[in-house]
Design a protein around this ligand. Sequence first.
Ligand SMILES: [Fe+2]
Length: 288
Amino acid sequence: MQPQVQAFHHADTGTWSYVVADPATRTAAIVDPVLDFDAKSGRTSTPSAQALLDHVRNQGLQVRWLLETHAHADHLSAAHWLKSQHFPDATLAIGEGIRDVQKAFRPIFNLGEHFPIDGSQFDHLFADGEAFTIGELDARVIAAPGHTSDSNAYLIGDALFTGDSLFMPDGGTARCDFPGGDAATLYRSIQRLFELPENTRVFVCHDYGPGGREVRCETTIGEQKRGNIHVRDGVDEAGFVTMRKARDATLAMPALILPAVQVNIRAGALPEAEDNGVRYLKVPLDRI
Ligand SMILES: [Fe+2]
């Protein structure tokens, strides 16, 4: 039995979120849910997370896992909202490399010693190779550092959720210039993903519709090996690193990196309210 995968596109950030269900037991995981955030007003809202919730309810699913592929820099995570408001028994999990991300960003946001950098904001930190189940579906973690040090791919049945390590073949790969990112490391992570069977379904975390095509979320390992514009068969590590560094040098920071990272290293929880009852995000000047 293979998982049923329902994709949800978040147009503002080009993010794909997924509900992955075991058809036999109606057990499910939610991958990379998005919390809506309007940077102009500083207002958070939940229509995108609500759409996931509606699907779960309509399908009669029991959500067992809230999975983050990494601490995203382009959108705020709705995992904390989903867990605290709707799925208290679900396990909110990320890769154990989140500790390195927290360690890198704690001083940037001056979060102080009381902000743990041991990943304890999450329910579970996955190690590379760790196995888990979603109902009767077998799942496995493939650590895929490079874009970030905490990046994971999740192999659930025949479906691989790559986070940002691989985009659609015509989208290539994600940048490697954030703190903890490294292009050679990403290349090696992708080579591990390429060892999977060619018919493995691949679900990406972002698609921006290059060249004006319609957004897509699903491809296969075989299609990636044959056609990914950055890492198809025949591209060696040195060539990839040269390309990735040159390209990263041209990219502006993502619009939401500062709000997103300081929320996402808290597992999606918003900063604590100050004594006036209002929560604030910080903007460190001249740091990134
Ligand atoms: Fe990312």
